[in-house]
Design a protein around this ligand. Sequence first.
Ligand code: SF4
Length: 364
Amino acid sequence: ILDFLQEFSDPELCKALIGQLVDECDKPFRFMEVCGTHTVAIFRSGLRSLLPDTIVHVSGPGCPVCVTHESEVELYLEMACRRDTITATFGDLMKVPGAGGACLKTAQAEGARIEIVYSPFDALTLARKNPDKKIVFLGIGFETTAPTIAATVKMAREQNIDNFLVLSFHKLVPPALKGLLDDPEIGVDGFLLPGHVSTIIGLEPYRFIASEYGIPGAIAGFDPIDVLKGLLAIVRMHKEGKPAVTNEYRRAVSDKGNPTAVAVMEEVFEQADAQWRGIGIIPGSGLVFRDDWKDFDAAAVLGLVQKPAPPLPGCKCGDVLKGKIRPDECPLFKKRCTPATPVGPCMVSTEGSCAAYFKYHIES
Ligand code: SF4
């Protein structure tokens, strides 16, 4: 298996693919990836510095922690301080700052019950062990995360666990792409589409990118050969003037996705408008509980109300997430804002562009 996987990082093959890209990309081409794992993969493998000058890489809103809106952060911080709840969360949210600089870590230090879990099923275990508390799992993630959380909700009902709740701030990738394409300021010639999300939703939901907007897209994996294959596919489609959406990650992604996972997700949740940091409200880009499952909805059960929240002072995460600026163009980058002293979520999350720029010493 190791040999098989190493083939996807083979230096000679990479050189050959980069050579093809250089030959075929005869005019400036700006591509966007919308997946935090692609962001990191492109930097870690050194591909970014190997790409020809004509190919410009832009990171989009592919990090779920980063796109969580300021008002959503304020709401879960407020909720975490309640005495009747225990907040269960993945660790990457712990240091995301709210408007006043507070985060889950500081709330925990001040006595809030916050538990880091590695799976939503761990939160169910917490619920069983703490019957006098409401266990609120922070549902933050894309289509990759939502089916597991929906399955956990179903399990809670089957097992009559009535103190397990989810605060659903899930986001959906295809509506976000539509939101970006509708913004006249965002000039993108092609999309490298997210491998993980595509294992769930497949190819179909992306087709509008080509059919309605004339932009090519390719689903790609995370090894250097995967990324280069995806890039070559979109560069070729662009050059030939034949935009389409292709699947260049067939060893993991079926064109049909995972209908079972989608069905579980759609049984529990339905689409609704959602707010994205830096982008604003995107129609149909979030998931809320269906009426039949409202007894697991933390917002409804606890009466939580989302209030407007201002952007973090000085932080340009919104512009970074839309590909309008590079992280090193933010005046706070590497000065006030570092992974040890993050000002915004793009520096907190391991999948954030600012953290990747910092870690891999990228400065243009
Ligand atoms: Fe925000 Fe820091 Fe990134 Fe600037 S460098 S955009 S302050 S996270």
